[in-house]
Design a binder for this molecule. Structure first.
Ligand code: NAD
Length: 547
């Protein structure tokens, strides 16, 4: 939960979002609070640059022997950690709920279930996914050459994670990095350090050797120190503004980065869509995790012919949602995670209404039993109509429980509206005609486009996750995500080393003539053309050999 920060703390921390930072005490500890009730949960240290440097050094030392283990041996540790997650699922869900505000049931469905699957997937499959690959090299093979690529660990991977999925986002990357043979230094969000410390605790109890997973708690300055610490890669998930800062700092040191940033994800509902299913999907896609998901449905465009029926159903379903303290059973929506995020939501709604938007349901803070209205971080699920693309609620990431609805007349217009955004994380297309859905999907600018689905594919371990445009760079999850955790190592072998290469020195007139033939024939990729140049090649090679 975000509360005040003292002046001296602000100066020393230089966090990217001081007004959103949690309170610190005099010894620079983070005071972690339950966003639903404001109750203090614990205090954790703010790690300094020196402490981050020491954590990276410990990780680097531990990585050497870890990378020497087989995939099976690494997988055994991941399976042992997985068994602990399964055994302690309900306590874990309560911790996630208390620290982030989300319903405990949702912590299970959206964080724990997907990571249990991800853990088994990468523990079993990394060996196959990272198997050395022979590369066909065409006519060079006629010259006795072969090539293959093997995938080596990078060394130490730095992970910087946000607060909205405090378990699933860092854990997925920790598992991929470890399975690929790396050590990890994780800097979790200052709003949710306890869940990250739990990840460390579970791996420690699972038998992960010391140093392989270091957790450095703190705010922006600790994250910045990690970027400067000499790690071999940064996997960053967070806002566009911080992502750009991280990319700049990483570029100065040539540290590669993956940036998983914000979204403004559109949902397109065509006239032939299953309206009932689409309405349920829109409500879940917009309001799950109180709309604080990078892939939340943030803009919904509906064919004007079905807009009245769809809108009526969306409003009915929204009004039926139960909002309560997340740890209590039956809550559909919990508290938002920080006062800062709540104020962004309020500002987007206020500005939209000022410019003519209509609130169909919701629109303000929610009244929750046992929570005083002044301190509440609960925002009602809110549906807006009569919005347009001049409004912030349609252009900027709202990251809250707000679903703006807009109509379109043609497929062309729907695609244009979807692409009229700086972001491109996910998008969703609703139609009974799968061919049409895929046709539209291929035209929408996003890292993932779902046909008749919303939001959830971060939960599929096998598929790549990442965005285009301001939504980021690189991928996580799936084989493409795993490849971000390794350095491709190309090994090229010449089995005819006793013969000189045709391109070596001795640039005689005959050599120059051969080079021209190579340009005209060999470089066509045609075996026949290459055969025609073989006599020239043999003359030079065997002549060179005689010398
Ligand atoms: P944020 O950018 O404020 O913080 C993210 C992390 O960066 C935190 O751990 C923070 O302490 C750290 N940080 C802050 N300043 C830093 C600096 N100068 N150098 C290094 N690290 C620094 O983001 P947030 O508010 O925690 O998360 C919400 C954002 O994350 C939203 O924009 C959301 O869309 C995005 N997000 C994206 C994905 C994705 O997969 N694309 C997933 C979840 C969240």
């Amino acid at each position: 939960m975000a509360t005040r920060i003292t002046e001296s703390d602000t100066a020393s921390l230089q966090t990217s979002s001081p007004e959103g930072a949690p309170a610190l005490d005099a010894r620079e500890q983070i005071i972690v609070r339950d966003p639903a009730t404001g109750a203090e949960l614990a205090r954790v240290p703010v790690r300094t640059a020196e402490e981050v440097g020491r954590a990276v050094a410990r990780a680097r030392a531990a990585q050497k022997s870890w990378s020497a283990l087989s995939f099976r041996e690494r997988g055994r540790i991941v399976f042992a950690a997985r068994a602990l997650v399964l055994a302690e699922m309900d306590e874990l869900a309560q911790l996630i709920s208390r620290e982030s505000g989300k319903p405990a049931a949702e912590a299970i469905s959206m964080e724990i279930v997907p990571t249990l699957d991800l853990m088994q997937f990468f523990a079993r499959r990394t060996a196959r996914l990272l198997k050395p690959e022979r590369i066909p090299i065409g006519l060079y093979e006629l010259m006795g050459r072969t090539s293959y690529v093997e995938y080596r660990p990078l060394g130490v991977v730095g992970i910087i994670s946000p607060w909205n999925f405090p378990w699933a986002i860092p854990l997925g990357e920790v598992v991929m990095a470890l399975m690929a043979g790396n050590a990890v230094v994780l800097k979790p969000s200052e709003l949710t350090p306890l869940v990250a410390l739990k990840i460390g605790d579970m791996f420690e109890r699972a038998g992960l050797p010391a140093g392989l997973l270091e957790i450095v708690t703190g705010a922006g300055a600790t994250g910045a120190a990690l970027v400067e610490s000499g790690v071999d890669k940064i996997m960053f998930t967070g806002s566009v503004a911080t992502g750009k800062r991280v990319a700049e700092a990483a570029a100065r040191r040539l540290v590669p980065v993956v940036l998983e940033l914000g979204g403004k994800d559109p949902m397109l509902v065509f006239e032939d869509a299953d309206i009932e299913a689409a309405a349920h999907a829109a409500v879940w896609g917009a309001f799950a995790n109180s709309g604080q998901a990078c892939a939340s449905v943030e803009r919904c465009y509906i064919d004007e012919r079905v807009a009245p029926a769809f809108t009526t159903r969306v409003v009915e379903l929204t009004r039926a949602l139960k909002q309560d303290i997340g740890a209590r059973e039956g809550a559909d929506l919990g508290a938002m995670s920080s006062a800062r995020q709540l104020s962004i939501v309020e500002e987007h709604v206020r500005e939209a209404v000022e410019h003519g938007a209509r609130v169909l349901t919701g629109g303000g803070r929610a009244d929750i039993e046992g929570v005083t209205q002044d301190e509440t971080l609960f925002h009602q699920p809110t549906v807006l109509a009569d919005v347009n693309h001049t409004m912030r609620v349609m252009r900027e990431e709202t990251f809250g429980p707000v679903l703006p609805l807009m109509t379109f007349k043609t497929e062309e217009e729907a695609v244009r509206l979807a692409n009229d955004s700086e972001f491109g994380l996910t998008a969703s297309v609703w139609t009974r005609d799968i061919g049409r859905g895929r046709r539209v999907a291929s035209r929408v600018e996003a890292g993932t486009v779902m046909v008749n689905e919303v939001l959830y594919t971060h939960g599929i371990a096998q598929t790549p996750w990442g965005g285009v445009k301001e939504s980021g760079l690189g991928r996580t999850h799936g084989r493409l995500g795993l490849l971000e955790m390794v350095a491709p190592h190309h090994v090229h072998t010449n089995r005819l080393a006793r013969l000189p290469d045709v391109w070596w020195f001795g640039y005689t007139p005959q050599a120059a003539a051969l080079f021209r033939s190579l340009a005209r024939r060999f470089a066509t990729g045609s075996a026949l053309q290459t055969t025609l140049v073989m006599p020239q090649i043999l003359r030079r090679v065997l002549g060179g050999k005689k010398k």
